[in-house]
Write a protein that binds this ligand. Structure first.
Ligand code: CA2
Length: 144
């Protein structure tokens, strides 16, 4: 059976490609999902790409990934990266490996973006590579 990678995206990432292209680029989340589906097929994997503006949805989906036997979770938690101990706890509470992705490099931005709670529980963090970061995360997931 084909193994599934959950790809979870947090608040405001549904608006990608509409504003601040100098930071986040011109690709929409649908464009990124399409690229990931194509790349996953080449790796013999499936992706399940989701987005929510609600912290609890992201947590429920992490639990679901565990219950469904997902191979890995790739997550861009958006601004919850820098605030959510609940997402850190969720990542710690499951056995599914979590890979953190950011389009920008939060360490090169405002100081309030410099802490990543999810990153502290992630097996890998990929930052500042734009949409390619999601593809690199998939390549890493394939090795797990
Ligand atoms: O670089 C990333 O991927 C971020 O996770 C993006 C988050 C930000 O809070 C993190 O510090 C880094 C923000 C996503 C906002 O998405 C937008 C979409 C369209 C227009 C403006 C922002």
């Amino acid at each position: 059976m084909t193994q599934t990678i959950y790809v979870l995206n947090g608040p405001n990432l549904n608006l990608l490609g509409t504003r601040e292209p100098e930071i986040y680029g011109y690709d929409t989340l649908d464009d990124i999902a399409g690229m990931m589906e194509d790349h996953a097929r080449g790796l013999g994997l499936e992706v399940d790409v989701r987005q929510s503006n609600h912290e609890g949805h992201l947590i429920d989906w992490m639990h679901e990934a565990q219950a469904e036997g997902a191979k890995a979770i790739i997550i861009n938690p958006g601004a919850y990266t820098h605030t959510s101990i609940a997402l850190f706890d969720a990542a710690k509470s499951i056995k599914v490996p979590v890979i953190e992705v950011h389009l920008s490099d939060p360490l090169k931005r405002e100081e309030f973006r410099h802490i990543s709670y999810v990153g502290m529980a992630a097996v890998k963090s990929i930052t500042g590579q734009g949409p390619k970061g999601y593809i690199l995360a998939l390549d890493h997931a394939a090795t797990l």
